[in-house]
Design a binder for this molecule. Structure first.
Ligand code: HEM
Length: 216
């Protein structure tokens, strides 16, 4: 997966609907249910059926950088826009990306491990776009990590979400993957379908890491 370098203004790249995105080649990534066996909560294990987990099975991914910031655009079909908790089983739609913080051996299906942490970027639908930088050392350990600012913009229309994440390329080793031009990093993707009661560990995800190469 190529992250091309573009001369485009940041306010255009941050806009999920900007015409410039139609010139950035994308990759359709297949998503699957998170395994029930990996859910750290006994309640979740007992109350969910794996066949009903991970309603969104495809996400289109496009990426670009301008030498200072990286922009990652995720889009997926979703007939129902969910922006709030409306009933006990309804949650906001959301998406995220995952990258190993150091080394290549972090397990994607357990959100890293004690020795191989991962960096997650998290966007959640709401009145205002909320985006968070997070670190996990395996299941049940996901925590916000304040040291990097993730911005996100989203648009829902014609039965689909389009979300752009933006972050400065340079990152702190403990809590934010360093994304220098010319580097290659591993990356994974996840989508939560709010109308299907999806939140936290209940979601669909890319079952294998992809290699994201940042154009020098
Ligand atoms: C590329 C794949 C993945 C991404 C991008 C990702 C991203 C995230 C993010 C951003 C959160 C915080 C959301 C919140 O606060 O509600 C989270 C939480 C969580 N995720 Fe993942 N995740 C991925 C794969 C998985 C897999 C395969 C599992 C296995 C069941 C899993 C289990 C969990 C659990 C249980 C939580 C709740 C917090 C915790 O217990 O640590 N994730 N994930």
């Amino acid at each position: 997966m190529q992250c091309i370098r573009v001369p485009t203004a940041r306010d255009r790249l941050l806009d999920p609907m900007a015409s410039e995105w139609s010139g950035v080649a994308g990759e359709a990534i297949a998503l699957g249910a998170t395994p029930l066996a990996n859910q750290p909560s006994e309640y979740v294990k007992a109350s969910r059926n794996e066949d009903d987990v991970g309603k969104v099975r495809n996400v289109m991914v496009q990426t670009a950088h301008d030498g200072n910031e990286i922009f990652i655009r995720l889009s997926w079909e979703d007939a129902q826009k969910n922006v709030e908790v409306t009933e006990t089983n309804m949650f906001p739609d959301a998406c995220g990306v995952l990258m190993p913080l150091n080394g290549d051996d972090a397990p994607i299906d357990e959100m890293g491990s004690q020795g191989a942490p991962v960096n997650a970027w998290y966007w959640r639908a709401g009145a205002e776009d909320e985006a968070h930088n997070m670190v996990a050392h395996g299941l049940g350990t996901t925590r916000p990590a304040a040291s990097a600012t993730i911005e996100a913009r989203s648009v829902w229309g014609h039965g689909a979400w389009s979300v752009v994440f933006a972050r400065a390329l340079a990152g702190e080793p403990e809590a934010a993957v360093d994304l220098a031009p010319g580097r290659s990093v591993r990356i994974g993707f996840a989508v939560w379908e709010g109308s299907n009661g999806e939140r936290a560990g209940i979601k669909s995800f890319s079952k294998e890491w992809r290699e994201l190469a940042l154009q020098p």
